[in-house]
Design a protein around this ligand. Structure first.
Ligand code: FAD
Length: 406
């Protein structure tokens, strides 16, 4: 039995163990995960790990020896199949039972798969873990044409890397613009043009009916109009399904993720949930219940749960931030733009350095900053303060955003 059992050795799980020790928590801690590797960073999987610019060792969250030194037992390659909240124990897929005093559920999500015919052919990949990317890299030399399905951040980043490798890339997005769920139209159009300028055949409003195969290996994507886009490699980036089955089966409240309160507590006693799988009430989205898929959210919720366990509770109210690297473009986002009713453009996208400021009911709720780190840093105060600056000044890129903070 462990005083704290953390299920999921990803971003949130690792950070929870780190913070518990930083808070001088002296009880026993186990970090249990179904992957075989010690915790590593996921964002490079579609960026510099896929491109080969970073080795796996460089994306480890902590050096391998760290965990032992801090008295954190790493139980890798193990998967929790069920949770018994009364007995305070979990049962693993190999039948072993592990007891806990407190349980932190940090399991992230499983990539949504294509359900159409051919969706499970050889050469069709998600980008969620190291294994996925190692397989893609292994297949790349034999690939001349690749299809990316889904124009979210992961799909776009993967397309950028593949085009850098001189593959003929076609990106297919079902909605009428890329990044539709996470950004405003100006940003979507900017990235669409960038990808096209880099030779990506980016198509929106397109649905994939099936994947064509020969000998079990993918050979192309068949579109609704019957046309076929040839491909020896297909990357599917159409979102995740939160990995909360065992918790919900054990009676935890939830649906799309597991519900948590402001201390990341689930409805089950002594069970916390953090990161991609945690449906929380976010103050930066007007208090709406939501899941946030970002390193920031995983790390800050890890700290929230750890503090509660260590007897120093502090409710979750961290400022959301996010980034994405495509080509030589560094996007930095602060706040959550969902539900904005106004978008103010700062600077000229043609210069490849600009920002979009999102407002709701006259107050700044988020910024997307492309190669504009100053706006990102200074704009944070606008989001935190929920300020409503003069629009002309906001749109004038020569006026530093810090001048708009009283
Ligand atoms: P994860 O890091 O996914 O960890 C969950 C772990 O739990 C996994 O190892 C999983 O296999 C394991 N697990 C699941 N079920 C079980 C079980 N039953 N038993 C045992 N183990 C289990 N965020 C950003 O902020 N910026 C970025 O640029 C960015 N880029 C990204 C690029 C890619 C390719 C991906 C996949 C994600 C990216 N993200 C980015 C999102 C970010 O990585 C996630 O939000 C973050 O990893 C969430 O952390 P987590 O701890 O909730 O889940």
């Amino acid at each position: 039995k462990y005083d704290v059992l953390i299920v999921g050795a990803g971003h949130g799980g690792a950070q929870a163990a780190v913070v518990l020790r930083q808070l001088k928590f002296e009880g026993t801690i186990a970090l249990l995960g179904d992957e075989n590797e010690p915790p590593y960073e996921r964002p490079p999987l579609s960026k510099d790990y896929l491109s080969g610019d970073k080795s796996f060792e460089r994306i480890l969250i902590r050096p391998q020896a760290f965990w032992g030194e801090r008295g954190v037992d790493l139980l890798l390659g193990r998967r929790v199949a069920s949770v018994d909240p009364k007995a305070h124990s979990v049962t693993l897929s190999d039948g072993a039972v592990v007891g806990y005093g407190k349980l932190i559920w940090a399991t992230g999500g499983t990539p949504r798969r294509l359900t159409c015919p051919g969706g499970d052919a050889i050469g069709v990949h998600s980008v969620r873990n190291r294994e996925d990317v190692d397989k893609i890299v292994e297949e790349l030399p034999a690939v001349t044409e690749a299809v990316v399905i889904g124009g979210g951040y992961i799909g776009l980043e993967a397309a950028a890397v593949l085009s850098k490798f001189n593959k003929k890339v076609t990106l297919l997005e079902a909605l009428d613009r890329v990044l539709a769920r996470v950004a405003g139209e100006q940003l979507s159009r900017f990235y669409e043009e960038e990808h096209r300028a880099h030779g990506v055949d980016l198509r929106t409003g397109v649905t994939v009916e099936s994947l064509a195969c020969s000998d079990g290996r993918v050979s192309g994507a068949v579109l609704a109009d019957g046309s076929v886009v040839p491909a020896q490699l297909v990357i599917v980036g159409i979102g995740i399904v939160p990995a909360v089955g065992p918790l919900l089966e054990a009676g935890a409240a939830g649906g799309n993720g597991v519900d948590v309160d402001e201390y990341c507590r689930t409805s089950l006693p002594d069970v916390y949930a953090i990161g991609d799988c945690a449906a929380h009430f976010n103050g930066f989205a007007g208090g709406a219940q939501m899941r946030v898929e970002s390193v920031q959210n995983a790390n800050d919720q890890a700290a929230t749960a750890a503090r509660d366990i260590a007897g120093e509770p502090q409710s979750y109210n961290a400022v959301p931030w996010f980034w994405s690297n495509q080509y030589d473009l560094r996007l930095q986002t602060v706040g959550l733009s969902v539900g904005h009713d106004e978008a103010v453009l700062r600077g000229d996208p043609a210069t490849r350095s600009f920002s979009v400021v999102y407002l709701k009911a006259g107050k700044v709720i988020a910024l997307d900053c492309v190669n504009a780190t100053k706006d990102y840093v200074q704009g944070r105060a606008l989001v935190v303060g929920g300020l409503g600056p003069d629009r002309a000044a906001l749109a004038d890129a020569t006026v530093p955003l810090k001048m708009l903070v009283p």
